[in-house]
Unconditional design. Sequence first.
Lengths: 343, 166
Amino acid sequence: MNLQDVWFCLIGVLWAGYFVLEGFDFGVGMLLPFVPRDEGERGAMFESIGPVWDGNEVWLVVAGGATFAAFPAWYGTMFSGFYLALLLILFFLIIRVVSFEWREKSEDPRWRRAWMWANTVGSVGIALIWGIGLSSLLHGVPLDSQGNYVGGFSDLFTGYTVVGGIAFVLLFAFHGAIYLTLRTAGGLCERAQSAALRLALPAVAVGTGYLVWTVAVAVDRNDKDVFPPVLPAAIAIAARVLAALFVRLRRSGLAFALSAVGTLGLVATLFTSLYPRVMVSSPDFANSLTIQNAASAHYTLAVMSVVAAIFVPLVLLYQGWTYHVFRARVGGGAAVPGDTPAG
Amino acid sequence: MATGSFSGKVDGIDQIQAQEQHNFGAGNYVPNVMVDYWAMRVMAYLGMLLFLIAAVGAWLYRKRKLAGARWFQWSAIVAIAFPYIAATAGWILTEMGRQPWIVQGLLKTDQANSPNVTATWLGISLGVFVTLYALLGVVDFVLMRRYAHPGRPETREELPVPAVTY
């Protein structure tokens, strides 16, 4: 395994960490208009992700930074080519970030409703665009022989990528509902439970369909064998089915852990499907970016590997500590004895 | 300062232009001197002015005159803007100062742009962000005014107190 493989895996891990963590806070954001009964419960939902959403977002920054440093050609083509999509993501990120800070600054119901919707629209929009964008890496976008993007915004939309976007939204909503059953108390916890139950079937169905389709696309358009991508896909599907089962059994901790495994499996499926390419070119398959032709020089990768080996564990430690500090349940008045969370 | 000694010789703009042409071929290798000249001075003088204001404040505080010195309080308020302006000027200095290179000696700015992103799209994205930040800035100002208004009751929501359950 050479350094390019290591960095390809590490970037996959960073994306997976981003979607496992920010996935649930996007999910909570999506459920804001539907789950709570009153402003108090809505405030508790905001509070359940308040201390952690920004830390979760840093995983995206690191994934982008690692791509820039390890695979500059991938970064250049993706960030230039997906210009409008990333512009939209930034816009949604900004209004969502502001909603956390400003919602509680006024009692005016219109003000509060506006910022709640800013959070919800941001959460749905970002999940949708990432689903479409990352699926496009595998499905193929028009690249020229220099590896430059020569398509437009509409080239990102195909049946497969749109299903990818919808799958991301549903999976995160499901993940977020389970997170709420783990982090809230009282009536809010009950309502989160029924939301998780209602989301289970669509999340499992669309998630499974997307994973199967991903393996098919990898075989069809990226010259891959069914194995190995089918392995993480199978794990992801099984984990999600089990998560739905444990939601029904009210084992929130297990359900959340399995839903997280499902998201890890999803990203693993995408990355094993891509390997050794990072951006599939279509129609000219020969123009695809690979981990060899998109990578930095060996020296850069070696220096970065040392830096990552030191700092990634440190970051994991203090993020884990944040979750430990804010482990108490929120909302619902008196605390109710719940099941033991997995993490 | 540039050479780390008192007797060092610093090349003039014309010599550097000639040398770069010799190394990298014909072209203009001189950044916009007027912009850099003023960005450097805005950054440095505002920074010094901030030190001065801070020192005057510390002196007034020691003399127990801080609470009565309205003129100083006003200048301190105005000085809130200085670090932002100085940092922006410093940023402009480095970004303009390294033109035409985006990486000195390796990559020129006009070769580093995204080939598929048109000027129209750059304009649209810039417009979107300027409008968004301007709106957010206005709302932020209104919010700060509300909170700073003397005698206004605290409007913060009572946050539910979490209880440890495990």
